[in-house]
Ligand binder design. Structure first.
Ligand code: SF4
Length: 451
């Protein structure tokens, strides 16, 4: 399946499909899960086990036009300082419910711009986190770094707290593209941030790039990729720009007429992909690349890579607790999401509540379908019989979930002895193929383009 016409026939250039960082996807979360459920779920976490922790900081100094993240602009530290106090209070409530000897396997700060926190706030917050649970022996502590919003004292505070992986947003280095997406960020300032991280011993580096931006061409993305490679990252995320101005109003500032066509988006992705592969990176799932010695690639090869709200991970913990406004947690029993509006989140946390607004309790069917979809997104194949065994489901019924898929997506999948594989040439269709196993109604307007 090499031709665009075949990919078009199978819907690649028209479909809007979930990214499947959860199953069911967040639009299906509802009000049936509340603080009572979640405190029971936290209390059920076994002692001496490891958890992942995500801290969300929904503030930015500037609001980039392309960004659909739920975040608010602030020009001073006051709201951020008050928010850190609320995070500490939420962590204290978490601690009351959590076994004493739990440790953290993965700690990630995202946003928004977590590097808006001043050095004393970083020390204060990490102290509160490690009071709930210390980092485990081989734990990863990563933070999303905005090169425009970082300085030596902040990096010193993060390094002192144990930061060992940094994630830098780049999008594209072309100045004209940066201007029309409202995100100026020179290569020089990005390189300074990288050098400052490395000078503090933080060697593991992830860079986020976007394809499908206005005015992006093969030549421009090639130039950006080469600049990214000169920074020596060990992991790269190559996401498609999601133009959803009906959900993210600031995207109305993006010149729609300058957006590449779906076919051009695929060309841009393939151009960047070829450059990463030629430089020795391994392809990780649908949108990541990693060096052979990186933990993600090792996990992929070992078949232990997982997918969660942060994308691909080598973290095996079944519990990911999200702290902060709008954060989503995953427990073996289901998902729970905090209040999205920062004011409402703060009001509830200050009262000593877990600020759960909605969520979803897993059914057996959710767990089975979610695991099948996760395998497809991670491995481009799924052993349906083995997955049935793993999830305590009936083999024949599980294999039958794929009935009709090969006919509806001709030339894209193979089924041999209960193992469903996506052909290499059909990998761009992976999210569409995964949707086949999604039992929930889909409102396509909320999802991003399939390519
Ligand atoms: S890209 Fe980063 S800095 Fe810009 S608005 Fe989004 S979260 Fe904030």
């Amino acid at each position: 399946m090499e031709t665009y016409s075949q990919l078009r026939k199978l819907g690649l250039f028209d479909a809007r499909v979930p990214r499947y960082t959860s199953y069911p996807t967040a639009p299906h979360f509802a009000g049936g899960v509340g603080s009572g459920h979640v405190s029971e779920w936290i209390q059920a976490i076994p002692s001496a086990s490891e958890i992942s922790l995500y801290i969300h900081v929904p503030f930015c100094r500037r609001l980039c036009w392309f960004c659909a993240c739920r975040t608010q602009g602030t020009s001073n530290a006051g709201p951020v300082r008050a928010y850190v106090e609320t995070l500490k209070k939420e962590l204290a409530t978490l601690k009351q419910n959590l076994a004493d000897d739990v440790r953290i396997s993965h700690l990630h700060w995202g946003g928004g711009t977590p590097t808006l926190l001043e050095p004393d706030m970083i020390a204060d917050l990490t102290g509160a986190i490690f009071d709930v649970a210390p980092l485990g022996d081989r734990a990863q502590f990563s933070v999303e770094i905005d090169p425009n919003e970082i300085d030596g004292p902040r990096l010193d505070a993060l390094a002192a707290a144990g930061l060992n992986r940094a994630s830098l947003g780049v999008q594209d280095f072309d100045p004209m593209i940066q201007e029309v997406i409202g995100r100026p960020q020179s290569f020089e300032i990005t390189k300074e941030a990288v050098d400052a991280l490395r000078a503090r011993g933080i060697q593991s580096l992830n860079v986020d790039l976007l394809y499908g931006l206005p005015h992006q061409t093969k030549g421009r993305i090639t130039d950006s990729v080469q600049k990214v490679l000169s920074l020596d990252p060990d992991r790269i995320a190559l996401f498609g720009y999601a133009h959803v101005p009906w959900m993210a109003r600031r995207q109305t500032l993006i010149p729609t007429e300058a957006l590449p066509s779906p076919e051009a988006r695929l060309d841009l992705f393939n151009t960047a992909r070829a450059l990463f592969m030629a430089d020795g990176f391994a392809e990780i799932g649908i949108d990541h690349f990693a060096l052979p010695e990186d933990g993600l690639e090792k996990a992929r090869k070992a078949g232990t890579m997982r997918r969660n709200f942060q994308g691909y991970t080598e973290d095996a913990s079944p519990v990911l607790i999200g702290v902060g406004a709008s954060s989503i947690s995953r427990y073996p029993q289901g998902y729970a999401q905090n209040e999205s509006a920062t004011s409402k989140y703060q009001e509830r946390v200050r009262k000593g509540e877990l600020a759960i607004a909605r969520g979803h309790s897993f059914s057996r069917d959710d767990k089975l379908r979610g695991r099948i979809i996760e395998h497809l997104l991670c491995d481009f194949k799924v052993d349906l019989a083995a997955t049935a065994d793993e999830m305590g489901a009936d083999r024949a019924t599980t294999i039958a979930l794929a009935d009709g898929l090969a006919e509806s997506m001709p030339g894209s999948v193979d089924m041999v002895n209960g193992v469903l594989s996506i052909r290499d040439s059909a990998r761009p269709l992976t999210r569409i193929i995964a949707r086949y196993f999604d039992a929930y109604e889909m409102n396509a307007s909320g999802h991003s383009q399939a390519v």
